[in-house]
Design a protein around this ligand. Structure first.
Ligand SMILES: [Zn+2]
Length: 269
């Protein structure tokens, strides 16, 4: 059942699924429903919190203080209760049963909400440039917790266009990081820099920095995807038919996802 609500913004119709928007059996290749839900979540999250910030489309700013943050949270929770009264008391208060693990970049322009989901649907891990080293303890623990304990049946590794980590390497600015008190970031971005140099022969055919950045974002999804599907926890779950893995690229220019890679149990012919 779909519910029409117009209490938040009278100029825009808000369409909200009456229950969680993705079920465990939901296919991510459902553009019509997903795009509608994305609209809903964006509208929910862009509630104006302060008259003093009315010139900005954003909720908070560098000038916001703790009082502003708590007021924003209170209003968000109230709005969530208005449009989905059962979410907190009947679902989130009783535990979580997420259907999806979402791994993405820490970039502020996207997160699991690009799927139009509600709190309780997606288990999330984000880091700079969505790097997934095979021996990263956080990666291995996150995969075990999500797949074995929470029993998600989808793992999404989602990169994005215009990634700062990638552009830092692409524009050869990484070398300057140690002198800017960012020695850890310099070391951290070694994986992206290695990828950049490995792809140098392909990059020469691309004319603009934007095209090269986009290409490397695509490559980075593949790179991290290939590591994730080699993880023993993922391997076992996929072979048992319990999990599918999707490599996706989020475009910050239009909010849409592009499929880069998929991995699931081969169906016998
Ligand atoms: Zn990024």
């Amino acid at each position: 059942m779909w519910t029409n609500v117009d209490t938040i913004n009278t100029k825009q119709l808000i369409i909200l699924d009456d229950q969680y928007s993705l079920s465990p059996s939901y296919s991510c290749s459902h553009p019509t429903k997903t795009s509608t839900i994305v609209t809903t979540q964006l509208q929910l999250l862009h509630i104006k919190m302060s008259a003093t910030e009315s010139s900005s489309i954003f909720t908070l700013s560098h000038n916001s203080n703790l009082q502003d943050i708590l007021a924003a949270n209170s209003k968000w929770a109230s709005q969530m209760n208005n449009v989905q009264p059962t979410l907190f008391p009947d679902h989130n208060a009783k535990g979580q049963s997420p259907h999806t693990l979402f791994i993405g970049c820490s970039d502020s322009r996207y997160n699991e909400n690009c799927l139009g989901v509600l709190p309780g649907e997606v288990f999330t891990w984000k880091n700079v440039a969505n790097i997934c080293h095979s021996e990263d303890l956080t990666l291995k623990a996150t995969l075990e917790f999500a797949i074995i304990c929470l029993k998600v049946n989808k793992v999404i590794i989602c990169g994005h266009t215009d990634c700062g980590g990638i552009k830092t390497c692409l524009t050869n600015q990484r070398e300057a990081l140690p002198n800017a008190n960012c020695s850890h970031l310099y070391k951290y971005l070694d994986d992206i820099d290695t990828m950049y140099h490995e792809e140098s022969q392909n990059l020469v055919h691309l004319k603009t920095q934007r095209e090269k950045s986009h290409y490397l974002s695509h490559c980075n999804v593949k790179r991290q995807f290939n590591r994730i599907i080699e993880n023993p926890t993922v391997q076992t779950a996929v072979q048992n038919g319990e999990v599918q893995v999707y490599g996706l690229l989020y475009n910050v220019e239009d909010g849409l996802l592009q499929t880069v890679s998929t991995y699931s149990k081969a169906i016998p012919k």
